[in-house]
Design a protein around this ligand. Structure first.
Ligand code: NAD
Length: 354
């Protein structure tokens, strides 16, 4: 076996059905008694329900969390946090709400209990991305890692099918890139394969029946595993493309992951044969890139950048952006290959068998 390094991350995870009932106990265990609840405008009913559930243990509700953690929103939330003399955060929602929670912890070291309701995986990572003046910067620091994560499958039943599928593909992307990461290790590879397998099995079942608790449970479990992979090892070509291209052309986050992933995998296929085999096995197919494309199609997700609103004229700039930031990838980054990758993704072509 190859040598490797591994650092365990100290988050307590409570997983199950109806686990939200344990929230007050988790606050007590942290020594907290004054929570500020965070959510988005779309999930304000869930935020209010938490306020009610916690009674006098909740002192404030902030319901303006937004995609990509804009700093001006964080500053408003910070002022409210200080006015309320809160001693912990309870964040309910997807990566956007959890991003705001992390941004507040970055500035104050306040304790966080997060309750994820999508499959994006941010709750498992010490990574925070923030946006200011249209520029997103990302950093890694354990200061933002939540103390407690409560996964309650009951809360995911309301996640619309299209969002479930897209955010599930976002999770799969973390695991896929962890398999060919420079710093991959046996544990993250095992987690990756199990994560991909759980989501591949669950997402089509959720599409047929969004209330299928067993499938919802598997998807949430898979999302956690994939988030752990993102937390542990460095991401590569795919994530960089999603951030630069998605960010610059204001494309929807999770859907961009779903469109780009098969093409980023096809690009790297010849340079990472073992990872390709592992991905294909986990997907239950013979070819990793084609399997991911077919999964996205079966889930009725958009498969082209065109469908996400990008124009063909933007492809040259997208290629420039992708080449501007040097980053590690199993196959060296070169212009003709990246231009081809983006063109294939633009038109939504099924990757060729390699
Ligand atoms: P999101 O948090 O923006 O959620 C999408 C929408 O769905 C929101 O309006 C939300 O309120 C709503 N929603 C969420 N759960 C719901 C539910 N159960 N029922 C009904 N509606 C629900 O989307 P996301 O994909 O979870 O997160 C994307 C953001 O997370 C991006 O900003 C991305 O950069 C970030 N992210 C960060 C990391 C990290 O490690 N730092 C990892 C993954 C994603």
């Amino acid at each position: 076996m190859q040598s490797f390094n591994f650092t365990g991350l100290p988050t307590r995870v409570v997983f199950g059905d109806g686990t939200l009932a344990q929230l007050a106990n988790e606050m007590h265990a942290l020594g907290s008694s004054r929570a500020m609840v965070l959510c988005t405008g779309q999930q304000v009913a869930q935020g209010q329900a938490l306020m009610k559930q916690l009674g006098s243990m909740a002192v404030s509700l902030f319901s303006d969390a937004a995609m990509h953690t804009p700093v001006d929103i964080t500053e408003r939330a910070l002022a409210q946090l200080q006015d309320a003399h809160a001693d912990c955060i309870v964040a309910i929602g997807g990566g956007s709400t959890i991003g705001l929670s992390k941004a507040l912890a970055l500035r104050t070291d306040i304790k966080q209990i997060v309750i994820p309701t999508t499959y994006a995986g941010s709750e498992a990572t010490p990574i925070i991305g923030e946006t200011q003046n249209g520029v997103k910067t990302t950093q890694r620091t354990v200061k933002v890692l939540p103390e407690v994560v409560i996964y309650d499958v009951a809360l995911t039943l309301s996640l619309p099918v299209a969002v479930s599928s897209a955010s599930g593909m976002n999770a799969i992307a973390h695991a896929v890139e962890a398999l060919y990461a420079k710093d991959a290790n046996p544990l993250t590879s095992t987690l990756s394969m199990q994560g991909i397998q759980a989501l591949t099995d669950a997402l089509p079942k959720i599409q047929l029946n969004p209330s299928d608790k067993e499938a919802r449970s598997n998807a949430l479990y898979g999302a956690w595993l994939c988030g752990l992979c993102l937390a542990q090892v460095g991401m590569s070509l795919h994530h960089k493309l999603c951030h630069t291209v998605g960010g610059s052309f204001n494309l929807p986050h999770a859907e961009t992951h779903s469109v780009i992933l098969p093409h980023a995998v096809a690009y790297n296929a010849s340079a990472a044969p073992q990872a390709m085999q592992q991905i294909a096995n986990a997907l239950g197919t013979s070819n990793a890139a084609q399997g991911l494309f077919d999964l996205a199609k079966a889930l009725k997700l958009p498969t082209s950048l065109k469908a996400l609103g990008m124009s063909e004229e933007q492809l040259t700039r997208a290629t420039d952006l992708a080449l501007a930031n040097p980053y590690w990838s199993p196959r060296a980054i070169e212009r003709a290959g990246i231009a081809q990758l983006l063109e294939d993704a633009f038109h939504g072509r099924r990757p060729a068998a390699t």
